[in-house]
Design a protein around this ligand. Structure first.
Ligand code: HPA
Length: 272
């Protein structure tokens, strides 16, 4: 079965459960799933019920697509995303994004937890992603181009919508939420970076580093979606000599910053 056929089968199945067309797709990052509480939920569909959705590799790591509304918009939110480091192929990582596009979304909002490499950043701050560096990840568009989805050589001069960045900046100001802007450096993980790697990432022009988002955004740009992405800075890569990073620390910082993120996303959805 070709990928467009698989997308078609997933969409046909979802439409038997949910008849409306969503306007906005949302991907929630680690520790940031609470945003779904802001939604008036119509229906949740576990990933394992959707044809051709990747199968969860981790026991107890259940994910679902949540259909609902907020701010007068119909949304579809991924509670749980697929990471390359979990063993999914790049095609599997971006499959849900392609399904959401085929369901009718025009805008994709993405959140993630990221390590700060900009020395001005503090743990718990939000960074609106203005651009990314993808060379350290595997491009999900490698291989034969799927013409039905988009062009062979997609333009990446403005992957993150300027319009949405401006609207989010205005919302943050109005809500008195301090916001940073910066370049996100994608890595495969699952190791956090060495001190030398954090230093390299900073020298290469990035402000934050993380293990998600870039493949999803590339697939979204390929299909012409309008994209907005935002990071919670959960740890600082460049620090004193004896510092270490734990997943626990990352999750705690993400959970702590989540209300600020939800506040921005709910308002952004209303105007996007
Ligand atoms: N590096 C990579 N990914 C991350 C980090 C980090 O420091 N923090 C959260 N996700």
């Amino acid at each position: 079965m070709t990928i467009p056929e698989q997308i078609g089968a997933a969409v046909d199945f979802i439409k038997t459960r949910y008849a409306h067309q969503p306007d906005v797709g949302i991907v929630l990052g680690s520790g940031l799933g609470n945003f779904s509480k802001e939604l008036f939920v119509d229906i949740s569909i576990p990933y394992e019920e959707i044809p051709h959705f990747p199968v969860a590799t981790v026991v107890g790591h259940q994910g679902k697509l949540i259909f609902g509304s907020v701010g007068g918009k119909r949304v579809v939110a991924m509670a749980g995303r697929f990471h390359y480091y979990e063993g999914y192929t790049p095609t599997e990582v971006v499959f849900p994004i392609r399904v959401m596009k085929a369901l009718g979304i025009e805008t994709l909002l993405v959140s993630n937890a990221a390590g700060g490499v900009n020395p001005e950043f503090k743990v718990g701050e939000l960074m609106i992603i203005t651009d990314h560096i993808s060379m350290a990840i595997v491009n999900p568009l490698l291989g034969r181009n799927i013409e039905e989805l988009g062009p062979r050589f997609p333009d990446m001069s403005q992957p993150y919508s300027r319009d949405l960045i401006q609207k989010a900046a205005a919302i943050a100001e109005e809500q008195k939420i301090r916001i940073k802007y910066g370049v996100y450096f994608g890595v495969t993980g699952p190791t956090f970076e060495t001190r030398a790697e954090y230093k390299m990432i900073k020298i290469l022009g990035a402000d934050a580093v993380g293990m998600s988002t870039v493949q999803e955004v590339i697939a979204a740009c390929h299909m012409g979606l309008k994209v907005f992405a935002i990071s919670v800075i959960t740890d600082l890569g460049i620090r004193e000599e004896d510092n270490t990073i734990t997943h626990q620390e990352v999750l705690e910082a993400a959970v702590a910053a989540e209300p600020l993120l939800s506040s921005i996303l709910t308002r952004l959805i209303a105007v996007c």
